[in-house]
Design a protein around this ligand. Structure first.
Ligand SMILES: C[S@@+](CC[C@H](N)C(=O)[O-])C[C@H]1O[C@@H](n2cnc3c(N)ncnc32)[C@H](O)[C@@H]1O
Length: 203
């Protein structure tokens, strides 16, 4: 499909999408917020006073939700793109996969944290298998880092794409965590391979 046909279809979809309209009404920067809300309501993850790393956080709706609804949160949001400032969140424009970024994260928190969220994804290419592979690479970077930064009872939540790497994702998650669940929020588009993995309690 040609690029401008893809973007016309995307604009059409956005206009019809109830979650896009809802996010505008509620002042959120992206419809992605409803995925985190659903995950959080189902798994009861975020608590007042938590320290949280939000990877792939631009434009910032997950961070907005956390800061709007919880008190005394220590939050670091990272993205390749600039994130417009959010009250009380520390933002870093950086590539998470670089060692320097990981060192900055450790320096910022200065200890172990409660929750690592990753909604990281590259722009989809139209080639579903390639998209699965690139999202899995980001998932792997995040889960390996979660071993270094999370408290033993911490939670790791990451976007994954269903496809050829699913078995590898599950094996790795079960090796690292005692509890592993896969969840597709209603607000995640039905025609997308997107799902989320919720892992708790480091082994
Ligand atoms: C679906 S968006 C995230 C939406 C966000 N959760 C929100 O609520 O607004 C995915 C983001 O992952 C970011 N991303 C992809 N690769 C990354 C990397 N290596 N390091 C940091 N961010 C990355 C992209 O720039 C993009 O902004």
């Amino acid at each position: 499909m040609k690029k401008n046909k893809i973007s016309k279809n995307w604009i059409k979809k956005q206009k019809k999408d109830i979650f896009v309209r809802k996010s505008k009404l509620e002042g959120y920067r992206s419809r992605a917020v409803y995925k985190l809300i659903e995950i959080n309501e189902k798994f009861n993850l975020i608590k007042n006073g938590a320290s949280i790393l939000d990877l792939g956080g631009a434009p910032g709706s997950w961070s907005q939700y956390i800061l709007n609804n919880y008190k005394n949160i220590r939050l670091l949001t990272i993205d390749l793109k600039e994130i417009e400032s959010i009250n009380k969140a520390y933002q870093l424009k950086a590539d998470f996969t670089e060692i320097e970024t990981k060192n900055k994260i450790k320096g910022y928190f200065g200890g172990k944290i409660d929750i690592l969220l990753s909604d990281m994804a590259e722009n989809t290419t139209g080639n579903k298998n390639l998209d699965v592979i690139s999202t899995t690479e980001l998932f792997k970077e995040a889960i390996y880092f979660s071993k270094e930064i999370l408290k033993k009872k911490g939670s790791f939540i990451s976007k994954i794409f269903m496809g050829s790497t699913f078995k590898e994702i599950m094996t790795l998650s079960k090796e690292i965590y005692e509890e592993t669940r896969v969840f597709k929020p209603i607000s995640s588009r039905k025609d997308s391979k997107e799902n989320f993995i919720i892992c708790r309690f480091l082994r």
